[in-house]
Design a protein around this ligand. Structure first.
Ligand code: NDP
Length: 333
């Protein structure tokens, strides 16, 4: 397939161009940027044949079969709707949209058009998270009681743009990171958070948006989930812990784009180091997307997964803003 990049973004240059090119028979042939000079420079630097500044023009290019949308968050919905109307398969960045209803509209439109639509939630592709799921599926921790997610990092200077000062573009740590944690928790527990409480703040980086949040989610099974997301914490490292009646899984350094980290399984007072695959997260995600286009299976994170992760993030935002416990509204009729 030939791919068009909708957005001359950092994530595309650092991970997704390579992940697309790693799939046999796939090439990135065009890029859309709102700025002519930046788009041409981006195309030159990444060996992309064509640069466009007009959405309709890139979507009219007959050779393009699929698009990867990685613009700022408020643009995902209109760009995805246009791409679907033009008959393109879509890999879309998270959060899918600025509202759950817009996200649902994107997913429905792709379904009705018979197109593959996926959400780029990378963490469920990580060897570490696949291994944690395997351990819990095997009952190695017994009945799960609680999950703790540590995803508090220091946002690198080159990403300190719209994320920390532009609410209209979908800035803030809740749309940026809570969505990933929601997807990872849903993947691990195979159930959808029911209600949440949260406190947010803007500590130092955030201007008009939150840069830190802590929340607690209740799952339908009664499992409690505690999460901490931040752009301002330099030394914590990331973690994902699953605590059960027979043991605990303590995974460190695993809420990341790289195939790294460490998993400890603790049972009966003994710690066992658990090895896991170190494959590239984004290459796996794109591989499953290509399989889905070929009619084999579903993408790693579907459009519906993206709707649900957004719904959890919106509930966390509402809970943090109102100080109340909020039922997650998945927008299901
Ligand atoms: P960037 O800030 O790098 O890119 C977003 C947009 O900003 C681009 O579309 C581009 O506009 C514009 N832009 C880029 N560089 C410049 C510049 N030097 N000057 C002015 N404007 C510029 O964002 P990210 O790559 O960090 O994030 C993009 C999307 O991907 C977001 O939705 C984010 O949530 C998601 N993301 C997902 C990750 C994942 O692992 N799944 C990880 C990181 C981000 P134009 O296209 O018009 O040129």
């Amino acid at each position: 397939m030939n791919w068009g990049l909708i957005g001359a973004s950092t994530i595309a240059s650092q991970h997704m161009i390579g992940a697309i090119r790693a799939q046999a028979g796939n090439e990135v042939t065009a890029v859309l940027s709102s700025d002519d000079v930046r788009g041409k420079d981006y195309a030159d630097r990444h060996g992309i044949a064509q640069a466009f500044t007009d959405l309709d023009a890139i979507l009219s290019a007959p050779a393009i079969d699929a698009v990867y949308i990685s613009t700022t968050n408020e643009k995902h919905h209109p760009q995805a709707m246009a791409a679907i109307a033009a008959g393109k398969h879509v890999m879309c960045e998270k959060p899918l949209a600025m509202s759950v209803s817009d996200a649902r509209e994107m997913v429905s439109a792709a379904d009705e058009a018979g197109l593959v639509f996926a959400t780029n939630h990378h963490l469920r592709n990580a060897g570490a998270h696949l291994k944690i799921r395997e351990l819990t599926d095997q009952g190695r921790v017994g009945e799960i009681q609680a999950v703790r997610v540590g995803h508090a990092v220091h946002l690198p200077p080159h990403l300190q743009g719209w994320r920390i000062d532009n609410p209209a573009a979908g800035g803030g740590v809740i749309p940026d990171i809570v969505v990933h944690d929601a997807d990872t928790v849903r993947f691990q527990l195979q159930e959808d958070p029911e209600s949440v409480v949260a406190i947010e703040r803007s500590e130092s980086l955030g201007q008009g948006v939150e840069d830190s949040v802590m929340s607690v989610w209740e799952m339908p099974s009664g499992v409690l989930v505690e999460t901490h997301e931040s752009f301002t914490i330099r030394h914590a490292g990331t973690s994902f812990e699953v605590h059960g009646t027979e043991g605990s899984i303590i995974a460190t350094g695993v809420m990341t784009q790289q195939p790294v980290g460490r998993i400890i399984l603790r049972r009966d007072g003994e710690d066992e180091g658990i090895p896991f695959s170190d494959h590239n997260l984004y290459v796996r995600s794109m591989g499953l997307f290509m399989d889905a286009v070929a009619g084999n299976g579903a993408p790693s994170a579907t459009g519906t997964d993206g709707v649900k992760s957004l719904a959890v993030a919106m509930a966390v935002k509402e809970a943090a803003t109102t100080g109340r416990r909020v039922a997650v509204d998945y927008g299901e009729s």
